[in-house]
Design a protein around this ligand. Structure first.
Ligand code: GLY
Ligand code: MN
Ligand code: MN
Length: 458
């Protein structure tokens, strides 16, 4: 594990919050994710199942959690099933959890090998009345492959057709939406690592660097800090930034262009989500700065607008109205155009066509209750943008914000954002943390320095 072990009390509390929502005499099952296959005998790295991680902290493949809070026998109230580590398995794949390690890490006292699952599961199915089974539910998810949980559901319903089945997902969404203090601390750590990567890239970027070289700077910093990419990094120079999820990262960053960086770290499976837009040559043009400051004003007002009780759709509407006004001030829309627009296709959508934010947590687009009023304890991204294809650039800014009853807490408040601050840092103004040679723009391919001076000859 690349991160500091999490106190098992976090998972014990999460299981307790979830179990309290069950109907009387209920059994719930959560499965690990599959290890996805590629070609021949290849596999991809398994992405831990967020629900299983939330409830146990276990990342290991094939794991199954059973929760039966009112089981007749106390030893059946929480059960964890693991792959049995054999010499052969560990020879190829490395260490697998022992029962003692699993007890210590999860707080689940009754740990069994998977071979015992069929007998125990059958017994508990004969005792329980309601069964909660898990499913991956997200309004934008396109699910083409059957998950381990989905296969388990199909098989269980075939074998026990007369039980009273329920979806576990809505209950998990409700509890996962409200972040505990421990979860906020992990999100803060992900934000800190993200900030280190961004500061490194501020010093590295100059005309002539490749988007993929910028990606390499981030990956170096994130991994050395105990993190990893939270999602496919979006490193998009010039017109590339007008594609919202541009992930090829293959172009050259040219003088005069803006570089959009939607790049963040995950730590202990908790994700940050940051976007900054910086001038490749270290200075914004007047026009770029005007657009930048429009987006920054909207970002700040949308952060302030994240208040408990408001619906996300109303918060979105507020953002759209602010953007619309900024677009008029920037000369991109006229009042006449707005007056005559089809309300189903408002004119601002040409320049701002996405949601202003989403829940964040163990998933980047986290599960949550996006049709319900905002609640204290949610963590939301705030990410307005203006995309001007005809001028060949875009600006998006994105921070992560904890909603509280005392007002929003910006978890990224320390990450440089003012245009002048970005310019200062890119031009070596004091206050920049000392980094090694790579981060000072020495890329090894002999490209031009930001000042036009050659940094390395080859
Ligand atoms: N990084 C993807 C997003 O901002 O939603
Ligand atoms: Mn993002
Ligand atoms: Mn986002």
């Amino acid at each position: 594990m690349r991160y500091k072990a999490i106190n098992p009390g976090v998972f014990i509390a999460n299981r307790s919050r979830l179990s309290k929502m069950f109907l009387p005499n209920s059994l719930a099952v959560v499965n690990a994710n599959d290890v996805p296959q590629t070609n021949a005998d290849g596999t991809m790295a398994m992405v831990p199942n967020s629900d299983l991680f939330y409830l146990t902290g276990v990342e290991q493949e094939q794991t199954i959690l059973l929760l039966y809070p009112e089981a007749d026998e106390e030893k059946h109230r929480e059960l964890l099933f693991l792959r049995e580590p054999t010499g052969e398995l560990e020879l190829w794949e490395g260490h697998k959890l022992t029962k003692e390690e699993a007890r210590a890490a999860t707080g689940v006292q009754n740990v069994h090998w998977l071979s015992e699952f069929p007998r125990l599961f059958h017994r508990l199915m004969c005792e329980c009345e309601h069964v909660y089974l898990n499913s991956n539910e997200h309004k934008r998810a396109v699910i083409e492959t059957e998950t381990r949980d989905a296969r388990f559901t199909a098989e269980t319903q075939r074998r026990y057709p007369l039980h009273d089945y329920h979806r576990l997902a809505p209950l998990l969404h409700r509890t996962r939406a409200i972040k505990s203090q421990a979860e906020v601390a992990l999100l803060r750590k992900a934000c800190e690592i993200t900030e280190k990567g961004f500061r490194r890239v501020l010093q590295f970027t100059r005309p002539g660097v490749l988007e993929r070289e910028v990606e390499a700077e981030y990956v170096h910093e994130f991994i050395r800090q105990g993190g990893r990419f939270a999602y496919q990094p979006i490193i998009a120079t010039g017109i590339n930034a007008c594609c919202l999820h541009s992930i090829s990262n293959a172009s050259v960053c040219r003088k005069g262009e803006l570089l959009l960086l939607d790049v963040a770290a995950a730590y202990a499976n908790y994700n940050a989500d940051l976007t900054r837009t910086i001038p490749v040559s270290g200075h914004f043009s007047r026009r770029q700065k005007r657009v930048y400051n429009s987006v920054l004003r909207v970002l700040r007002q949308c952060i302030t607008g994240l208040t408990p009780g408001k619906k996300i759709k109303d918060w979105q509407k507020e953002a759209e109205q602010m953007i619309e006004k900024e677009l008029v001030d920037l000369g991109l829309l006229s009042l006449r155009q707005i007056k005559g627009q089809d309300p189903e296709h408002p004119a601002f959508k040409k320049y701002f066509m996405h949601g202003v934010g989403h829940p964040l947590g163990l998933d980047v687009h986290d599960v949550g209750l996006t049709t319900q009023p905002i609640e204290a304890g949610w963590v939301m991204t705030v990410e307005p943008g203006i995309y001007i294809r005809e001028e060949g650039f875009a600006v998006r800014l994105e921070n992560d914000v904890l909603v509280t009853d005392q007002g929003p807490v910006d978890l990224m408040a320390g990450i440089p954002i003012e245009a002048e601050e970005i310019e200062g840092l890119m031009n070596g103004k004091p206050g920049v943390p000392e980094l090694d040679g790579h981060a000072r723009g020495v890329t090894g391919n002999g490209h031009q320095g930001r000042t036009g001076k050659r940094l390395l000859s080859k």
